[in-house]
Design a binder for this molecule. Structure first.
Ligand code: SF4
Length: 153
């Protein structure tokens, strides 16, 4: 699939690209798997990163047999607190660090350090659109000298 970096794709085009319905794309959004851009009129458009993420979601469903809750759990493993370099105090107030089994962009609350940030442009969401690379991400942030909490140190 060839994707042009500078284009925003309307929802109908993206649905056609994947041979799925517009309702399915809205379901992915409602389940917190994708964060499309929304115009003032609530028209959704998708970046190349969103399309890469949708391809990955489709692969997890069709090839790996995951359901949407399972995919949310996969995304919840992204160590956002390491990527964003959150302090110990910030981690203690953040459900994404504590125990959430949802992606940080769903589980964050107003007290989270990034509570008011636009998650669709955050590197945790946008830079890791290819979920097949999650193991590489975990390796990058994993310190093997910490056995009790490998993502903490
Ligand atoms: S800004 Fe959003 S996507 Fe980024 S780490 Fe915070 S909650 Fe996650």
């Amino acid at each position: 699939m060839k994707i042009n970096e500078s284009i925003l794709y309307p929802i109908g085009v993206v649905a056609k690209m994947f041979g799925i319905s517009v309702a399915t794309l809205r379901l992915y959004e409602n389940e917190g798997l994708i964060l499309p851009q929304k115009s003032k009129g609530q028209h959704r458009s998708y970046t190349d990163k969103d399309i890469q993420r949708i391809a990955c979601i489709r692969d997890m469903i069709n090839e790996k047999g995951l359901n949407l809750a399972g995919i949310r759990m996969v995304f919840s493993t992204l160590p956002c607190w390491k990527i964003k370099n959150c302090s110990e105090e910030e981690r203690q107030n953040c459900p994404a660090y504590q125990d959430s089994q949802d992606p940080c962009w769903i589980s964050k609350n107003a007290d989270s350090v990034c509570g008011t940030e636009d998650c669709s442009i955050c590197p945790v969401y946008s830079e890791f659109a290819d979920c097949r690379n999650i193991k590489h991400i975990l390796k990058k942030y994993w310190n093997p000298s910490s056995i009790q909490d490998p993502l903490k140190v």
